[in-house]
Structures are given as C-alpha cells and as structure tokens.
Design a protein around this ligand. Structure first.
Ligand code: ASP
Length: 308
C-alpha cells in the first residue's frame, strides 16, 4: 500500500511503504514536468492555501507552482500583510481560511507541532512545510528522490549530515527517512549543536567532520539556524567554518562520486565553499527542481488522489 493519509505532518509516523509510495508518485509527476505541456487536471476545482509564518523562497514557490501544475487554485497568505500582524491566533486564522472551503492548507510555522495542532482543528488536509526545529517532510522526500535519481540505493548508503543538527528540521526529517530506508547516517558538528537524545537515533556521531566524511556517498550540509539559537553555541563563524565548512579538500575524503547536498539557503564561505556549492558533485539545484515533483505528489495524494 502506498500513501493514502489525509495529512503529511512528518516523516516520523510514516511507514517504509508510505515513503516508497510518495517517492513513486513523485517519479510520475517528474515525468509530467518533462512534457511540453506541464499542466495536468489532477486537482481541478480544488483549492490549496499556502500559510507561511516564516520566511521561505524555495518551499513556498514550489508548493505554489506544484498546485498550479495540478490545476488547483492556489492562494498565498502572506502573514506580514494578513491579520496575523493584528494579533489573530493561528487557530482563528486557520478557521477563517477554512470557512472559505480549501482542500489543503500548507503551513510553515516557527513552533514545532503547529501543523499537528492545525490538523486537529480543521477539516481539510494539512501539509507541514516546516515546523520550528521539528520536521520538514517534503525536504526529506525531495532529498531521497534526488539521491535515487542519481543512481544511489538508500539501503546501506553512507550519508554524512554536517552542521547544526540540533536546530535543523531538515536533519530530523532526513534522519527519520534515511533510518527507515536502511541508510548509514553519520552526524558531525560541534557537540553543542547535536540534538538532545541523539544517542537514541539510528545514527553515528562524530565530533571530527573528516571522520564523518570518510568514504561517504552523500554529504548533506546544513545552515546554522541562527534564528533558533541562543548565544554561545560556538565561538565564532570563522572558527565554525574552519572545523565544519565543506571545502574541496575535505570533499576529497568522501567517495569519488559522492553527492553534495544543501537544502538552501546557503551561507557560502561558512558551511560550504563556493567552488563546492557550484562544483561537479553538487546536486543542490536538482534538489530544488525535484521539490516540485515531490510537492505535486504530496498535494495530489493528501487531497484524495490515487496513483491510477
Ligand atoms: N530551508 C530549510 C528550512 O526551512 C533549511 C534552512 O532554512 O536552513 O528548514
């Protein structure tokens, strides 16, 4: 059985079969995106509302284009110009949006659990587009899709995730997904940026980035989540970069055909050098392109579409 749930709130609760179902459906939509006419009537007459309480470039745009390619009506609620600035709560905003009868609300919020709260409060489908430092399920799906597209097999794949793991929803969703699919996950970063309870996760932890990179198949770099940190997690950006920045010399420790990934936005010269970000092993732009196919699959499936 593939993915037949009404909401997509996180990867943690998904089964391996559901993840495979989502990836398979994403492959079909990637086919659609290669056609001359990239629009299909799969969600004609349905409405998708993008409700973003945090900044976003890639995720918001790709959910919008995904909805449009599926022929849905897509409405973007920009929180800075909505009644949220007048003090309206998430629940009141959601109830008012729901009164307009949408089929899917895509929500990004700085509080972990906000999409789960919303899913309990409204009748329509809810998709988590990133909640605090908790989960970012469509990012993990598009990352897995990109690895598979580049000929990698997830079972046994050595994936090094480097940087601010503690505050990264991208890391958390990837750890759940890759763990369920049998990958070997290595984490490296300052010990202050490792999540609490990390020893219970299916991962190996390294304080030295070089050790995590040895013979890795995939190197996934993370941005330092300044907006979710207090002070004093590391001495300075310069020092952080010296120990945990991906340079071409460090990348040489990974396998020759290793993929370099980053969810964006990148801080060039801090967690990744410009030559690596733009180099031949970088699949960072493929991640962005694949986000569209994955989000088409997610919108289609949560709104009741079936593979046939
Ligand atoms: N764009 C990703 C996110 O929203 C990664 C990042 O912001 O660092 O979590």
């Amino acid at each position: 059985m593939g993915f037949a749930a009404r909401h997509l709130l996180g990867i943690e609760d998904l089964s391996r079969e559901e993840i495979e179902g989502l990836l398979e459906s994403s492959r079909s939509f990637k086919e659609v995106l290669r056609r001359d006419i990239k629009k299909v009537p799969a969600m004609r007459g349905k409405t998708v509302v993008n409700l973003f309480y945090e900044a976003s470039t890639r995720t918001r745009t790709s959910f919008e284009i995904a909805g449009k390619r599926l022929s849905a009506d897509v409405i973007n609620v920009s929180v800075s110009t909505s009644s949220v600035v007048k003090g309206e709560s998430l629940l009141d905003t959601a109830r008012n949006i729901e009164a307009l009868n949408p089929d899917v609300i895509v929500v990004r919020h700085s509080s972990s659990g906000a999409p789960h709260f919303l899913a309990r409060s409204v009748q329509c489908s809810v998709v988590n587009a990133g909640d605090g430092s908790h989960e970012h399920p469509t990012q993990a799906l598009l990352d897995a899709f990109t690895m598979l597209e580049h000929g990698k097999k997830l079972e046994g794949l050595k994936v090094a995730i480097i940087g601010d793991v503690a505050h990264s929803r991208v890391a958390r969703s990837n750890i759940h997904l890759l763990g369920k699919m049998g990958a070997e996950i290595r984490l490296a970063g300052p010990s202050t940026l490792m999540p609490r309870g990390v020893e219970r996760l299916p991962v190996q932890i390294f304080s030295c980035m070089e050790d995590a990179l040895a013979e890795a198949d995939v190197v996934m770099m993370l941005r330092i989540q300044m907006e979710r940190q207090g002070k004093g997690y590391f001495p300075s950006l310069r020092e952080y970069s010296r120990f945990y920045g991906l340079t071409s010399a460090r990348l040489a420790l990974a396998k020759e055909d290793a993929l370099v990934m980053h969810p964006g936005p990148m801080n060039r010269g801090i967690e990744i050098s410009a030559d690596v970000a733009d180099g031949p092993r970088s699949v960072i732009m493929d991640q962005v392109t694949n986000g569209l196919a994955v989000r088409m699959a997610v919108l289609f499936l949560v709104s009741g579409g079936s593979k046939e």
